[in-house]
Design a protein around this ligand. Structure first.
Ligand SMILES: Cc1cc2nc3c(=O)[nH]c(=O)nc-3n(C[C@H](O)[C@H](O)[C@H](O)COP(=O)(O)OP(=O)(O)OC[C@H]3O[C@@H](n4cnc5c(N)ncnc54)[C@H](O)[C@@H]3O)c2cc1C
Length: 448
């Protein structure tokens, strides 16, 4: 009898898991179930369709139906998994034609993702508060802009809030970002780096109010204004970007244990505490490579890597997930920002004593036309002198530097070793002294 693999959720983590299982077992019966109309599309591209860089939301469908046919993956869209029975190894599904079915699995991968979070703010039941998670959300925001919205309030200054803010400014709207914490990008950057980024965004016309909590949504049936930090702010469009929460109800109802972050607890094989049940992506926990504590990082890059590991294991092979550094990058207008490992603030929360060093340099030789500024900050554990975090803001080439520093952290490189890095140079491409090395020199000087 062929192995039966069922994957709940058919987006970044789920599709990767099903594809990996197929690579390991060509005869397996593999079924993917998703509540959505479309499977395997890029949520990460949504702000760029709203901005108008990508012509259509359809362009974000990375895995069209032909992909699932080619790999013989049985894809069931608009179908909801309503229950998991881990004793019988079955799941119950509610189909789009209102029928129900029970399916049996040998291995189950839970990839139910996350949903936007709305805090208990007065008036939150009113119409007209948008979130950006799925294709339909993007279409609704786009339609509101086409219908004549001239101003927007975005609640939350994380990656999604800011990328959406940039998109709307590029579409001609005036945008106000409201953030409860005293800085933007609080998960990614330290306050000093966030300040540099905020100044650049404000220079492009984004209004940013930090340290202001949204207290109330005003309006009759439809929101027309919010109260934040005591201030009334009116707009045509309101977007909640407060963050997301792991979608764990299905697992929890089935008795599959959650971890301390309230996401689904997993081991290094991405297996839950229940045998043959795996959890991956935005709904699952993994260990942080530096602190070894569980975390739920909720990034597409992590979802696909976890999906590949779980799918390989569900397909009968053996694979381990090595943990997360939460490496992330973004581009806001013409400024790139990236981070990997711990910020100085996160290190302090974990009681790790650190030395930091930050430098400003250029992305090409100083004399070369169009050289752009770049700022690098390194976070180094004092005791071991090992690099444990990095943040970069600059005009270009941020991603590959963040990737290089992520490799360095994974390989436990010390800051002294980083100062000796054998880097390349040519005037149109970079400075003689690589900015990462200059930042390492700065840390080393402080350590001396
Ligand atoms: C606007 C935006 C921009 C982003 N940008 C980036 C970026 O630049 N870089 C990056 O790394 N990450 C980015 N992310 C995050 C990234 O998109 C997510 O981490 C990734 O989508 C997680 O994939 P997933 O498969 O775990 O979950 P999801 O993509 O949430 O998919 C889970 C699926 O499971 C389905 N499901 C849930 N419950 C059931 C059920 N009971 N039955 C059937 N189906 C169910 C859901 O409907 C959903 O389709 C961005 C996210 C957004 C929203």
């Amino acid at each position: 009898m062929p192995r039966r693999v069922i994957v709940v959720g058919a987006n970044a983590a789920g599709v990767e898991a099903a594809s990996a299982a197929r690579k390991k077992d060509r005869a397996a019966e593999i079924t993917l179930v998703t509540m959505e109309k479309n499977a395997g599309y890029s949520r990460c591209g949504l702000p760029f369709v709203i901005e108008g860089i990508i012509p259509s939301f359809r362009d974000l469908i990375v895995y069209p139906p032909a992909y699932f046919q080619m790999l013989k993956l049985n894809l069931r869209t608009e179908t909801k998994v309503t229950a998991i029975n881990t004793k019988d190894k079955t799941i119950a599904i509610a189909c789009k034609d209102d029928t129900t079915e029970t399916l049996t699995y040998d291995s189950l991968v839970i990839a139910t993702g996350a949903d936007p979070f709305m805090p208990p703010i007065k008036g939150r039941e009113k119409q007209g508060i948008f979130a950006l998670r799925g294709l339909e959300d993007g279409e609704r925001i786009d339609a509101a802009v086409k219908a004549g919205a001239k101003s927007a309030v975005i609640m939350g200054a994380g990656l999604i809030g800011l990328e959406t803010g940039v998109a709307l400014i590029e579409r001609g709207l005036s945008v106000t970002i409201v953030e409860m914490l005293p800085q933007i990008l609080p998960q990614m950057l330290d306050a000093d780096m966030a300040k540099t980024m905020q100044e650049q965004l404000e220079a492009k016309g984004m209004k940013i109010l930090t340290g202001k909590t949204v207290e109330e949504f005003l309006g009759d049936d439809r929101v027309t204004a919010i109260i934040a930090g005591g201030e009334r702010i009116e707009a045509d469009l309101f977007i909640s970007a407060f963050g997301v929460r792991a979608n764990t109800k299905l697992a929890a109802d089935a008795g599959i244990p959650l971890g301390e972050t309230r996401a689904i607890k997993t081991n290094a094989r991405m297996e839950t505490d229940v045998k043959d049940v795996y959890a991956v992506g935005d709904c699952a926990e993994s260990a942080n490579i530096i602190t070894h504590k569980p975390m739920c990082a909720q990034l597409g890059t992590i979802a696909v890597r976890q999906g590949k590991v779980a799918g390989t294991n569900a397909g009968g092979d053996y694979s381990l997930f090595t943990g997360v550094l939460v490496s992330a990058v973004t581009r806001l207008f013409d400024v790139e920002a990236g981070a990997t490992g711990l910020t100085e603030a996160a290190a302090a929360r974990n009681r790790i004593e650190v030395i930091t060093g930050a430098i400003s340099s250029k992305t090409k030789a100083d004399y070369y036309p169009s050289a752009k500024p770049i700022k690098v900050k390194l976070v180094v554990e004092k005791e071991s002198q090992r690099l444990i975090g990095a943040q970069i803001i600059g005009g270009e080439e941020v991603t590959q530097r963040i990737n290089a520093l992520s490799f360095a952290i994974q390989k436990q490189m010390t800051v002294r070793e980083l100062t000796k890095a054998d880097t390349a140079y040519a005037p149109p491409l970079c400075e003689t002294w690589e900015p990462m090395v200059l930042a390492a020199e700065m840390v080393l000087m402080k350590l001396r």
